[in-house]
Design a binder for this molecule. Structure first.
Ligand code: NAD
Length: 268
């Protein structure tokens, strides 16, 4: 049933979210705040982060918003320590900061973009995972969800850096789940595809159409319609449909699930 929505109890829980100013970060933060969580919001984009934090304030949610570049290990460690000091604990993490990169076939893909995608999506996920799990481990437990992608299950055309990075996120999720299981920390991943409306969906349609490759119509609206036609459920997923799964994986309702990658793809 579309629109049905389970709720989980996050009262007294502290959840950190990277990429918190993004579409999936905001949807997840809003949902968790509504379920009683205190939030640590991290993002590189200061102004959108501040604007979103003001919205949460209006709703009375307890939160700490910090500008942080996840590719900078010292900045990540400092932000996570500041959060642990402010709230005394971190119970959950949604590692959502991400960058799609350029869209081009492998033979012309730009190296600088390849390196940037890996820095944000691989090194960034690792640095945050490392800093937060150290706190969780000493506190005796926690739950982590990494944002992977359907591109980390099957590589899409024109996205070699993004595919490499998201396969890496799935691998890091499996290893971290094994490393942290003895310490009561669960680690899972979500792999969405075709979620909209949102920045990534619109950017992907526009830039795939512009690649001139035979997979995509050069006219963006037609390219977008064809992508949606390939989804068995016949529509885009919504950011809240991703947030619901993240909330489940961060909640005690998923207490026996770790090392798993949940595909949220409408059946692709
Ligand atoms: N939206 C989708 O369709 C979709 C599909 C599959 C996977 N994902 C993944 O889900 C995650 C969230 O996606 P989204 O739709 O919210 O994207 P988005 O572009 O709306 O948000 C990403 C956020 O990450 C932040 N960010 C980028 N680089 C950063 C850095 N170095 N340090 C800190 N923050 C940084 C951006 O400022 C932005 O606010 C990403 O990892 C993305 O790859 C999204």
């Amino acid at each position: 049933m579309r629109g049905a929505s389970a709720r989980y109890d996050f009262a007294g829980r502290v959840i950190a979210i990277t990429g918190a100013a993004g579409d999936l970060g905001r949807a997840t933060a809003s949902r968790l705040a509504g379920d009683g969580a205190a939030l640590v919001l991290l993002d590189l984009a200061e102004e959108p982060l501040r604007a979103f934090a003001r919205e949460l304030e209006t709703d009375g949610a307890s939160h700490l918003a910090l500008s942080c570049d996840v590719t900078d290990g010292d900045a990540v460690d400092a932000a996570v320590s500041a959060a642990a000091e402010r709230f005394g604990r971190i119970d959950g993490l949604f590692n959502s900061a991400g960058y799609q990169g350029a869209f081009a076939p492998v033979d012309t893909y730009p190296l600088d973009d390849f390196e940037r995608v890996l820095a944000v999506n691989v090194t960034g996920v690792f640095l945050v995972l490392r800093a937060v799990s150290a706190h969780m481990r000493s506190a005796g437990g926690g739950a982590i969800v990494n944002a992977a992608s359907h591109a980390g299950v099957r590589g899409p055309p024109n996205m070699i850096a993004y595919a490499a990075s998201k396969f890496a996120v799935v691998g890091m999720t499996q290893t971290a789940a094994r490393d942290l299981a003895p310490h009561g920390v669960r680690v899972n991943a979500v792999s969405p595809a075709l979620i909209g409306p949102g920045v990534m969906w619109e950017r992907q349609v526009r830039l795939q159409a512009a690649t001139g490759t035979h997979y995509f119509d050069p006219e963006p609206d037609a390219a977008g319609r064809a992508m949606i036609a390939g989804v068995p459920l016949g529509r885009l997923g919504t950011p809240d449909e991703v947030a619901q799964v993240v909330a489940f994986l961060l909640s005690d309702a998923s207490g026996y699930i770790t090392g798993f990658n949940v595909e949220i793809t409408g059946g692709i």
